[in-house]
Design a protein around this ligand. Structure first.
Ligand code: ADP
Ligand code: MG
Length: 432
């Protein structure tokens, strides 16, 4: 499936934008002003333009961040502009929600935002008499907010025609999945015109939601994520683009330029941990490793030597370092990017603890860029890139004291490692 995860970087410049500056209908602006909405929230700022353009959107933002208006504003505007008659022309937008309460609430928002426009909204849900709903469905109606059960009843009875719907919205998409409405959503899609816009709004994102979104949408899908940063403010974290074969030189330089700092280095496998330690040894840097293959006693011992500062460099895998609290780690180096995006947060969280400041840098090779994207998706924002020109990069390679390296072995080793990167992350995982 041609699926793209896109980031919206425009969110960073939220500052001055006001609803008055938007190219949306005068009536909608007036309604917004009446509600006291002068500036868009972050998720509104990010979602409104692509929705107006007709793109499919998967928008993730925490509860209470204004997701309802994030879809209601552009939807009302689109329908209002297109509509040339007030005669019944079929439902143009269907909003599917998991609960009756939510259907009512969203209906209320649509009513307030569509005053004096040509747009009419209505909600249907179970637990109440359906006759009144049937009557209303016969009249002019543009936006229908519905819970799946009642909606299917009315469709099967022939009271509800969805053949003109060109925008489908799933609000609380995560909740919908929890409640097991997935099949309903597939069924509904079959009843809509072949090309339509699909919008997902959710408070959380997980693999299931991503999968659902991907399986339902043919076009590129834009992911907008909550601005809340899961990485502590005390951690200054960045990414440097460094090719696989060059990473050890950069680590060497970093260690030598910060001889008094404690540095925690993360790698993906136990084999990598030992190899990096050997590479450091070749250039006179003492380090210790910790990973799943070590005896518990050794692990305690290693940890104590690092904690006390006797050894300044600890090379670790994710699993072995999870949850450990080490004082005064000045730098975290993501020598390899983590296999699971959320581990990035755990890793960089090893520095900058309490009130301390910390620095983290990720060494990202070309092959790891997709992983970087995943991490950025998880974080909800791009990671700042270390500014480094070709000369600076070359300087680091020249800086090394590793004169006696066996290139063939190194290339073989890195090729073997790269081939593990390309495999999809499924099934049994190696011991780390
Ligand atoms: P979510 O769906 O993300 O949980 P809601 O759409 O329910 O959030 O909105 C949460 C609250 O924020 C509502 O009370 C709404 O009126 C208010 N709100 C939404 N957008 C704005 C805005 N641009 N300016 C001020 N208040 C807003
Ligand atoms: Mg909501």
């Amino acid at each position: 499936m041609p699926l793209k995860l896109l980031f919206s970087k425009q969110g960073q410049k939220l500052s001055g934008m006001r609803f008055d500056d938007y190219h949306i209908s005068f009536e909608v602006k007036k309604n917004l002003a009446k509600l006291g909405f002068t500036k868009p929230t972050d998720i509104q700022f990010k979602s409104i333009p692509p929705i107006l353009k007709g793109e499919d959107v998967l928008a993730i933002a925490q509860t209470g961040t204004g997701k309802t208006a994030a879809f209601a504003i552009p939807v009302i505007d689109i329908i209002h502009r297109k509509k040339t008659t007030s005669r019944a022309d079929g439902i143009k937008c269907l909003v599917m929600v998991p609960t009756r309460e939510l259907a009512e609430q969203i209906h209320g928002v649509f009513e307030k935002l569509s005053k004096h426009t040509k747009v009419k909204a209505f909600s249907i849900y179970g637990g109440v008499e359906q006759d009144k709903q049937i009557v209303r469905l016969q009249e002019s109606l543009d936006v229908l907010i519905a819970t799946p059960g009642r909606m299917f009843d009315l469709v099967s009875q022939g009271h509800l025609n969805l053949s003109r719907v060109d925008i489908l919205i799933l609000d609380e998409a995560d909740h919908m999945l929890d409640l097991g409405f997935v099949k309903d959503i597939y069924d509904i899609k079959k009843k809509l015109p072949r090309t339509h816009q699909t919008l997902f709004f959710s408070a959380t994102i997980n693999e299931q939601i991503k999968k659902l979104a991907y399986s339902l949408v043919k076009n590129a899908i834009r992911i907008q994520i909550s601005p809340k940063d899961p990485v502590s403010k005390n951690v200054n974290h960045s990414v440097a683009f460094i090719e696989m074969d060059d990473k050890r030189f950069f680590l060497e330089r970093m260690v030598k330029e910060h001889p008094d700092s404690k540095i925690l280095v993360f790698v993906r496998t136990k084999v990598r941990a030992e190899r990096v330690a050997k590479a450091m040894e070749r250039v006179g840097i003492q380090s210790v490793t910790i990973h799943g293959d070590k005896e518990q006693k050794d692990r305690f011992d290693v940890m104590n030597r690092f904690k006390s500062g006797e050894v300044k460099i600890l090379i670790a895998t994710d699993v072995s370092a999870r949850g450990i609290d080490i004082p005064n780690v000045e730098y975290v180096v993501n020598y390899d990017l983590p296999e699971q995006a959320e581990n990035y947060v755990h890793r960089v969280g090893r520095t900058g603890r309490g009130r301390e400041k910390g620095f983290a840098v990720a060494f990202c090779s070309t092959e790891e860029i997709p992983m970087l994207k995943e991490i950025e998706t998880f974080l909800g924002k791009p990671i700042s890139v270390v500014d480094m020109d070709k000369n600076e990069y070359q300087d680091t390679l020249d800086f090394t004291e590793d004169v006696d390296n066996n290139w063939k072995d190194l290339i073989k080793e890195n090729e073997a490692f790269l081939s593990t990167l390309k495999k999809p992350n499924k099934g049994k995982k190696g011991k780390r």
